[in-house]
Design a binder for this molecule. Structure first.
Ligand code: NCD
Length: 323
């Protein structure tokens, strides 16, 4: 595989391989010396046209832990702000010898254009495109669920997952539905009808309008941010009403199964889709999601760029020189 543009690019075995590879990197992340020489001499460009905290620094750290040279190219303050096109930016990165371009863009499909227009020869990784996809977020979510609920091995067969909130504007939801299904989980999307995308009936999942009906039956519940910046219309009467019907608060938390975990991709709107009590509770795994994001992105970079290729995955063969 050369690019990672969609969660659908990953078959079952490939998705499990990414998680297994991440888990090997996880054992190295606990050491004092966390750096591996694996991608020494390779260049990874973070091309971010949209604001991001977690995802950008997570990719940066992942590439640096593998000894790649990293360039952070933020659209603000670059020639993009002067109107340079994606094509011209891509040609510049190609001329500088980028081996991988990690792109976040407000337009759905921008990473596909970058990968398939023939402007660059390196790998393209989609770090979030419009309301479309965010495959590495889905991988880190699946990894977090596997670690917490499935003994850290294999796939997610039979796991019951609810994804709750603003599905319409969420690239996280789409990538998660695709990947979780590939890994054998049962997914239910919970949202008001106005926040479900057209054509959701064709997605490989169930839908529900009633959060209270699904609480008792899930192993993992993923709360999504209401993405006001992507909303031109009003999709629900008031913030208060939204959080009454679709917010996860302490009383709803108490109705989850004992082993169930709570995920959120961040950034959280505390008091809206998730209460502060839930966000700070022992059931919430947001901090693990961030930790796992780094090793999952290391695995993705390693599998796309690593000299040995996906058939011979042995990240532990490249131990830190001074470890
Ligand atoms: C998400 C995103 O940007 O798509 N966040 C993230 O990558 N961690 C979700 C969001 O912005 O709500």
């Amino acid at each position: 595989m050369r690019h990672l543009l969609s969660a659908a690019d990953l078959g079952h075995d490939e998705a499990v391989m990414v998680m297994d590879t991440a888990s090997q990197f996880g054992s190295i992340a606990d050491r004092t010396v966390k750096k591996l020489p694996t991608l020494r001499g390779r260049t990874v460009v973070n091309l971010f046209y949209e604001d991001s905290t977690r995802t950008r620094i997570s990719f940066e750290l992942a590439a640096k832990r593998l000894s790649a040279d990293v360039i952070n190219f933020a659209a603000k303050g670059s020639s993009v702000a002067k109107g340079e096109s994606l094509k011209d930016t891509a040609l510049t990165l190609e001329a500088m010898g980028a081996d991988a371009v990690v792109i976040r863009h407000g337009s759905s499909g921008a990473p596909h254009r970058l990968a398939h227009a023939g402007w660059i020869s390196g790998s393209v990784i989609n770090a979030g495109d419009g309301t479309h996809e965010h495959p590495t977020q889905a991988l880190l979510d699946a990894y977090t669920m596997r670690k917490a609920l499935c003994g850290g091995k294999g796939d997610l067969a039979g796991l019951r997952v609810a994804i709750v909130g603003d599905i319409l504007h969420s690239r996280v939801a789409r990538s998660n539905v695709l990947l979780l299904r590939t890994l054998g989980a049962d997914v239910t999307l919970v949202a008001p009808p106005t926040l479900l995308p057209h054509g959701v009936q064709a997605w490989p999942c169930r839908t529900s309008m009633h959060l209270d009906d699904v609480l008792g039956e899930v192993d993992a519940i993923m709360m999504l941010r209401v993405q006001s910046e992507r909303m031109q219309d009003s999709y629900f009467p008031t913030a208060h009403e939204y959080s009454q019907r679709y917010g996860l608060d302490a009383s709803r938390l108490a109705r989850l199964a004992d082993r169930a975990i709570v995920l959120h991709p961040g950034p959280m709107n505390r008091g809206m889709e998730i209460s502060a009590v839930v966000a700070d509770s022992g059931r919430a795994v947001m901090v693990d999601q961030v930790t796992n994001g780094v090793i999952v992105r290391m695995a993705v970079l390693y599998l796309l760029l690593g000299a040995r290729g996906p058939r011979d995955v042995r990240p532990d063969a490249d131990m830190p020189v001074s470890a």
